[in-house]
Each structure stands twice: as C-alpha cells, then as structure tokens.
Design a protein around this ligand. Structure first.
Ligand code: ADP
Length: 479
C-alpha cells in the first residue's frame, strides 16, 4: 500500500465515521422533536439512538487513535530503515540489504540500495583480492632475490625480509616482522652495523664479513631510500629504506688471488732488476773496460728503465701490502727535515735532468718531531716530489717544505706545472687512475698508496690545484 492510499483510506474511514455520527445525531434529534421526550413511547428509540451514537463515537475515537499511531509510523519506518541501511554501508557493512515489500514507493529505493550494496561488496572483494595478489607477488619477488634484502618503513620497523637475510643475520621471520630494527639491533651485531650505517651514512663502507655455513662470506651493503613521488604536494615523501646486501665473496677471493699474484711477481722481479742494476754499475766501472759514447748512452737508458721498473715493482709491492691488510708500521721519532732531505736526495738526479730547481721551506724555530714509520712517510714525500718534477715544465721550480700549527705538522710539495682539473681532485687518489690525456709515463698507483700510508698514521693527504697554475699536495700529521 502506498502513502497516498493510506492517507485516502484514513481520511475516508474518519469521514465515514463522522457522517455516521452526524446521521445518528440527526436521527436522535428527529426522534426527540417527533415525540414527547418524557413519553414512554420515545424512550426505546431514544435509548437505541444514544447507544448507536456512543458505539459509533467510541469506534470513531478508537479508529482515530489507531490512525494517529499507525499512519506516521508506517510513513517514517521505511525512512528509518533506509537511514540505518546507509549508516551500515558507511561503516563498510556491504552485506546489509533492505526489505520494503510493504512500502510501495520505498521498494524501488530498497532495490537500488540493495543493488548498490551488492556492487560495493563485489568491488571490495575484488580490490581485496587484487591487493592480496599484489602483496603475494611482491613477497615472491623479494624471496626470489638471492641477495639478502630488508625493507624498513620510516620508523625503521621491518616490513619485509627474505630468507637469505634471515640466514645471514641469524633471525627468525616471526621475531622481526613489524619490529623496530633499532631495538632488534641491540641483540644483533650485524644488524646494529647496518642500522648505524643507514642512520649515519658515510662514504667509505667496508664490506661485512660474515661467517656462515662453515665459510667466510663478504657482503657489500647498499642503502636505498624509497621516495613516493606521486603525492598531492610537490615534496616527494620518504616511505622508508631498503637494505640490500650484495654477496661479493667471489670478487673478494679473485681480488685476493690477484693481490697474491701481483705480490709474488713483484717480489720475483726485484731480484733480476737489482742484478741488472749491479751489472750496469760494473759496466760503468772503467776497470772492466771503457765504453764508447754509444754504449754509454745505451747503458744510461737501460739504467733509467731498470730504475723505473724497480720503482713500479716497489709501488706494486706496497699496494699489495695495503690490500692484504699486511701493512706493518714501525714508528720511531723522526725530524721532518730528515724526511724532506731523503726525498730530495732520491729525486735530485731526475730534477737535474729536467733542470728543475728544488726549493726548501723550513721554519727556523724549533719544529716538533714526528712519531711515524719514517720509511713510509719518506716514500710518500719522495713520490710527491717525483710527481711535482715529472708534471712540471722544464727548468721550472718546485717547493718542498714543512710547518706546524696547533700540534699538527704539515709537509707539502708544491709545483707550478700544469695543475689538475678540479673534477679529478678526488679520483687521482684511486688505484690506477690517471688524469685523461696525461702523457708522462706512470702507473696511477703512487697517490693512492701515499694516501693509504698517511691515513694508516691517522693523518690526511689532500690536494689544492688549479689548472695552469700548479698543484700543492699536503700531508697533515699529529706532532
Ligand atoms: P702516476 O703519476 O704514476 O700516474 P699517481 O698516483 O702518482 O700516478 O698520480 C695519478 C695521476 O694524478 C697522474 O697520472 C697525473 O695525471 C695526476 N697528477 C699527480 N700529481 C700531479 C701533479 N703534481 N701535477 C699534475 N698532475 C698530477
């Protein structure tokens, strides 16, 4: 029944009752006017009429009370049901359905509502399935990566970790997922190092040495910050970090095989080169017979090349010592001037050959002494002075000197040669690196070994250089 029918029916019933009541009242009045009210003949008609009026009046009152209660309720009930249904949907209860078969106008609304709830339920099921499928897919990818991988959110809680990472870190999945990496690292040394490097990034990251499955493995950690660029704001959002451990054991083993090989070869080469140099010395000795000009020129050239070869084998041996971690320090108290004099002596022949003037800057006042492995620091100064001479123009000048300030001793070598492009100020300290276009012969090892030697003493080796103006290499050591 629709609302209109209900209203017509209610109004109809009430009107009918009122008409009936009025008719009975009229009948009663007619009886009263037609007869003597007190006469016995009028009494039965009057009583009957009064009875009918009372019954009809009572039914009228009852009907109006029923209509008064039923009518508003029957109109508001479906609205309430609809409001409740919408509320349920808003609370993600997509199973809610409306049944308004008794309310004609609302049954169409109920049908639409039920259709909408059905669609929403279907949509939720499909998105939930999609999300679960995507999650499973990502987990499968993470687990199929053979290198250990750990994903952290912004609060450094572990979101995902693959089997390899669990094995390497000796952890159990249920103990780590959704747990703070910082808290877990209190009981796990390896994780502590990874978290420390993640929080305070440094440039030089030593590989991690992990003893697992009865063998030593090396891992290089890389830290990737995950940024969400698809945000409403212009600023990309930091979502967290991924720690990736690359297994470099194989490279490490090859590298150490290479180091051993170079070390053995350099060692083996030193003896024959020394023998060549000794023979040359004998040749220069007039007692074994004088050499003609051409032979003398040849022996000079052989000596120069044998010296270079000896220098290179020395550099290679030093490098292998550093790489194998076998650098042995024998520190003793040394005066800086002694080291400078050693370097000048070792380079004098070369400087004379190119007509280069070596100037010494040494303060007159008392210079503090150094506590260093003098052989190694002398080697560094010799190498820097040799570079300064080799990379200077002929008949130029180079300066070697020392000064001290606040307990730090600075030893420097300055030239006024071609200088170094600022782009290469960092790379010249890398192994085998040579500035592109360098014509002077060399191995690209001297500066990297020098840096390692100085840093092994807790000092620094830096460069200040400008193209066309020259370079200044500075060693800083504690006095
Ligand atoms: P090498 O001199 O044997 O090549 P080094 O490690 O000593 O190796 O130097 C690395 C590179 O740095 C050189 O190849 C050269 O290009 C550049 N370099 C070093 N010292 C100087 C200098 N004093 N002036 C200009 N360039 C230099």
């Amino acid at each position: 029944m629709n609302i209109r029918t209900k209203l017509i029916l209610s109004v109809g019933i009430l009107t009918g009752m009122i008409i009936l009541l009025v008719a009975l009242s009229v009948v009663n009045l007619q009886i009263l006017t037609a007869t003597e009210p007190d006469s016995p003949a009028a009494m039965p008609g009057l009583q009957r009429a009064l009875l009918w009026i009372s019954v009809t009046g009572g039914v009228c009152i009852l009907a109006s009370i029923v209509l008064l209660v039923w009518l508003p309720r029957s109109i508001s009930k479906p609205i309430q049901e609809l409001t409740h249904g919408i509320f349920e949907i808003a609370n993600h209860n997509y199973e809610k359905r409306l049944d308004m078969s008794g309310h004609e106008e609302f049954s169409a609304v109920a049908d639409s509502f039920n259709r909408m709830a059905e669609r929403l339920a279907e949509y939720r099921a499909s998105t939930l399935n999609d999300i679960l499928a995507a999650k499973k897919f990502l987990e499968a990818i993470v687990n199929s990566i053979h290198d250990p991988i750990i994903g952290l959110n912004r609060e450094h809680e572990i979101l995902f970790i693959n089997k390899e990472a669990l094995t390497v870190l000796n952890l159990k999945r249920e103990e780590v997922i959704r747990h703070s990496a910082e808290e877990l690292s209190l009981k796990n040394d390896l994780l502590r190092r990874l978290v420390r490097e993640l929080i305070t990034p440094s440039e030089k990251k030593e590989p991690l040495k992990i003893y697992a499955d009865n063998k030593e493995s090396y891992f290089q950690a890389s830290y990737i910050t995950i940024m969400n660029t698809e945000t409403d704001t212009d600023e990309p959002q930091n979502l967290g970090d991924v720690i990736l451990l690359k297994n470099i054991t194989e490279f490490k083993e090859l590298d150490s095989a290479k180091t051993t090989f170079i070390s053995t070869i350099s060692h083996e080469l030193k003896t024959p080169i020394s023998a060549i140099l000794m023979s040359l010395q004998l040749l220069e000795d007039k007692r074994v017979g004088a050499l003609n000009d051409e032979q003398e020129q040849l022996s000079k050239s052989i000596k120069e090349n044998a010296d270079r070869l000896l220098g290179i084998t020395g550099e290679l041996l030093n490098m292998t010592q550093v790489e194998a971690g076998k650098l042995q320090m024998m520190p003793k108290i040394t005066k800086p001037i002694e080291l400078i004099e050693y370097a000048i002596k070792a380079n004098q022949v070369q400087a004379d050959k190119f007509g280069i003037q070596i100037e010494v800057e040494y303060p007159g006042e008392k210079m503090p002494k150094l506590f260093v492995d003098s052989e190694k620091i002398a080697w560094v100064l010799t190498n820097l002075l040799s570079n300064a001479i080799r990379y200077s123009k002929e008949n130029g000048r180079v300066v070697i000197g020392a000064k001290h300030e606040d307990g730090t001793i600075e030893m420097y070598v300055q030239d006024f040669g071609k200088g170094i492009d600022p782009r290469y100020h960092q790379s010249i300290f890398d192994r085998y690196f040579r500035v592109p276009g360098t014509k002077v012969q060399g191995s690209g090892l001297g500066l990297s070994i020098s840096k390692d030697f100085v840093e092994a003493h807790g000092g620094t080796l830096t460069v200040e250089s400008e193209l066309g103006k020259g370079s200044r290499f500075v060693i800083r050591l504690k006095g």
